[in-house]
Design a protein around this ligand. Structure first.
Ligand SMILES: NC(=O)c1ccc[n+]([C@@H]2O[C@H](COP(=O)([O-])OP(=O)(O)OC[C@H]3O[C@@H](n4cnc5c(N)ncnc54)[C@H](O)[C@@H]3O)[C@@H](O)[C@H]2O)c1
Length: 470
């Protein structure tokens, strides 16, 4: 187990201990609904009840065991969706499986994809159902960055041509006699002191810039949407410019690390004639982002005209066999570590959401960073449509039930708003949250609510087309 995985596993073990501490909760009795009326789609309620006290996590695809190992056994039952035989899950985890709505039971609180894209999940529909979809941005950044560095070296020295030549000589049985004479054909240059332009300074671009600088390169960057966290991680000596053309103008190496976006204002063919005309004749272009970012015709003209190189991780119909191109079969993220990292990140995101209500790395829900819930506090989360007037309606229900709100958070993103309300039950004899939860959940515009307290996995209610499901 890596140091990172070990640290995470310890952190989760300490979380598990916190749940155990709930036995020592000394406040008033707290009542809330739990499976009393039964989920409409629970096929085997008794079987599900047996799991009381644990979250049920179901997986599609083969997920890295290192990621699954971060789920504390005392808190989570982890099983493959197919093995669960219809038993409802609290959360789903997948890689490439194209998930159908029927596979998302009424009990599911969230879905996490181990990977960046979420095309295999009907995100818009999940948003309507009030279910956050998580991904793992940057989990494969190190893997891709290492291959970009490999591209830097391959673009500097004719290593591949030299290796192929040695095979030919070997076949002819003349390698020893020819090697010293022929090596002159495969000369190259060093990268130290050269200029590296990085287009797109996100997870991969910023890491590439850092490592480029530590190899002694001068670095220039362009990113109109530079995030604060990326900006803080850039090399101190990096020059930031305000256009792709300025970035590439004096660059010996150009690394593309931007997303491919179709349509008007997108990035299709963004590296076309208008940009390429600013390249130095011997520039090396490293494309580990997407093939469609580069206009193949313009690139082929550039390669034909000078001593420039094109190193890419994607098929290219015109440049694939060019003597100055090295084309790889989309190997960027293909490492065990990238899969482990994605699974660990997805698992952590699910656990934080289920245990504390925190939302991180969601493609459809607002970022909501919450402190670990104080053990004597009850945390209520409410997901509603992002329409005017909802916040006051929700708050009114709490006021009507005379509960003491100690902290309240309201964030929104697109069509969804997320409310988190911490209650302090101290001072009363008992609190009946059963009616409160039903009332809040059945407000028009509310999609679901959760009560985070005591046993993991209980206290989830949904408003499905005006019907109350608990
Ligand atoms: N080769 C592979 O296997 C592989 C694996 C993962 C990702 N990728 C590709 O790498 C890209 C970057 O990944 P990441 O994790 O660093 O993404 P990221 O979202 O962390 O960073 C992308 C950065 O590009 C910037 N950007 C967007 N449009 C731009 C433009 N027109 N000009 C300059 N900057 C622009 C954004 O502001 C952002 O900072 C992905 O979009 C993906 O296409 C490839």
């Amino acid at each position: 187990m890596s140091a990172l995985a070990l640290a995470r596993s310890r952190a989760f073990a300490s979380k598990a201990a916190q749940f155990k501490n709930l036995r020592f909760y000394t406040g008033p009795t707290i009542e809330y609904e739990h499976l009393t009326s039964g989920w409409t789609n629970v096929k085997d309620l008794e079987e599900f009840k047996r799991q009381d006290g644990k979250y049920s996590l179901q997986t599609f695809n083969k997920i890295s065991p290192q990621g699954l190992a971060t789920y504390p056994k005392e808190l989570f039952d982890v099983e493959a969706y197919d093995d669960a035989k219809g038993r409802p899950a609290h959360a789903l985890m997948l890689r490439s499986h194209k998930i159908q709505e029927e596979e998302v039971a009424t009990s599911v609180r969230c879905i996490a994809r181990c990977g960046a894209g979420t095309n295999n999940i009907p995100v818009a529909r999940m948003t309507e159902l009030g279910i956050p979809v998580f991904n793992t941005p940057g989990a494969n950044a190190n893997a891709v960055k290492e291959l970009v560095l490999c591209g830097l070296f391959l673009g500097s020295r004719r290593v591949i041509d030299g290796i192929n030549h040695m095979k030919d000589l070997g076949e002819q049985g003349v390698a020893r006699e020819r090697v010293e004479k022929d090596k002159a054909m495969f000369g190259g240059r060093e990268i130290k002191g050269k200029t590296l332009a990085v287009i797109g300074l996100g997870h991969i671009g910023s890491a590439t810039a850092r490592d480029g600088a530590s190899l002694g390169m001068k670095t220039v960057g362009y990113d109109p949407g530079l995030s604060v966290s990326s900006a803080l991680s850039l090399p101190k000596t990096m020059t930031l410019v305000d256009s792709i053309s300025s970035a590439v103008a004096n660059a010996d190496y150009i690394s593309l690390n931007i997303p491919y976006i179709k349509g008007e204002g997108g990035t299709h063919g963004i590296i076309g004639e208008a940009v390429i005309r600013h390249f130095k004749p011997d520039a090396v272009i490293l494309n580990f982002a997407r093939g469609e970012l580069v206009d193949s015709e313009a690139m082929k003209e550039f390669l034909d005209a000078g001593d420039g190189r094109y190193i890419s991780d994607f098929p290219d119909d015109l440049c694939w066999d060019h003597k100055n191109a090295v084309i790889m079969p989309h190997l960027g993220a293909s490492t065990e570590e990238a899969e482990d990292q994605a699974a660990c990140m997805a698992a952590e995101t699910i656990q934080r959401y289920l245990e504390d209500g925190t939302i991180r790395h969601s493609v459809n829900f607002p970022d909501t960073d919450l402190a670990v819930r104080q053990k004597d506090f009850v945390r209520v989360t409410v997901v509603n449509k992002n329409i005017p007037g909802m916040l006051s309606k929700i708050t009114e229900v709490f006021a009507k039930h005379s509960v003491n709100i100690v902290q309240q958070v309201n964030h929104s993103k697109g069509d969804v708003a997320y409310n988190v309300i911490d209650l302090d039950p101290a001072g009363g004899d008992s609190i009946d949250l059963k009616d409160l939860q039903k009332e809040v959940t059945m407000l028009e515009g509310v999609l679901s609510s959760r009560i985070l307290f005591s046993n993991p996995g209980v206290g989830y209610a949904r408003n499905i087309d005006g019907e109350y499901h608990v």
